[in-house]
Design a protein around this ligand. Sequence first.
Ligand code: AMP
Length: 147
Amino acid sequence: MTTTVGQILALKGNKAMAVTPDNSILEALKIMAEFDIGAVLVTEGDQLVGIFTERDYARKVALKGLVSRDVKVRELMTANPFTVTPENTVDEVMQTMTNKRFRHLPVLEEGKIAGIVTIGDMVKCIVSEHEATIQHLSNYIAGDLAT
Ligand code: AMP
């Protein structure tokens, strides 16, 4: 899989929803619900400082009976998240996501936030590459049989 993160972002866009460390967990959840996403970046100015995902909510809030309105994102976010660059390939992203067991990777280009890629983006890309290969082979076989 040689498709790059940059190529995926060119299709899906560079938008990455973010909150600040001082936002409440409830505010983060509202953004995740409104935009139908599973994670928000945590930023201070234009610096990426953390990530907060649905799994953090499930494990660190719901399971512990905490109240989302009373807890700040900074208390529960994963600080200094792993990131990728637009040059990384889908293979490399899949390897990182599988080894580290997370489904979101912020994209940094020269230190600036350039978007986010998810395991869903990777699966979509892999499926469409496989479909293209099947189509190519089918055309090849059909062409061969026709001669
Ligand atoms: P996820 O599977 O993305 O919901 O994340 C599972 C756990 O890994 C959560 O605790 C996240 O905060 C954390 N996590 C998600 N993405 C990253 C990342 N890029 N770097 C470090 N930790 C992450």
